[in-house]
Design a protein around this ligand. Structure first.
Ligand SMILES: [Zn+2]
Length: 126
């Protein structure tokens, strides 16, 4: 499932109207090449480790964590994938901050704020 987050933090960090993330199980991802650097961000009541390329600065993925450990999934920035032809957000969060020109499709899952973890559709692939 591809998420679009319309919160003001994601608008700022993406330099656009929303940020996008594709949720995958942590074991489904293999990194090659230069190890990414990361910074830690807080938002939506969670902490994220945000990984980016040291050469070009591109955000690659983020992972939620707590003092109890990492969540068992990663949120990949889908625009960094080699094949982006299937990328379309089917779930929108923090739509209370969405730009007024944004339109949602009938089958989109839409939340005005951050849904609970158990409410979020996840791990579905195209
Ligand atoms: Zn956000």
């Amino acid at each position: 499932m591809i998420y679009a987050c319309h919160c003001t933090i994601c608008q700022r960090q993406s330099g656009g109207a929303f940020g996008m993330a594709a949720m995958f199980g942590g074991g489904d991802m293999t990194m090659t090449g230069i190890a990414p650097a990361h910074f830690i961000r807080q938002g939506h009541g969670r902490k994220f480790r945000c990984y980016f390329c040291l050469e070009c600065g591109t955000r690659i993925y983020h992972q939620w964590f707590t003092e109890d450990g990492d969540f068992p999934f990663v949120n990949i920035k889908p625009g960094t994938l080699d094949d982006t032809s299937w990328v379309r957000p089917g779930c929108h969060v923090w739509t209370q901050h969405a730009q007024p020109w944004i339109r949602f499709l009938d089958d989109d899952v839409v939340f005005r704020q951050q849904p609970g973890f158990e409410e979020m559709p996840r791990f579905s692939r195209p």
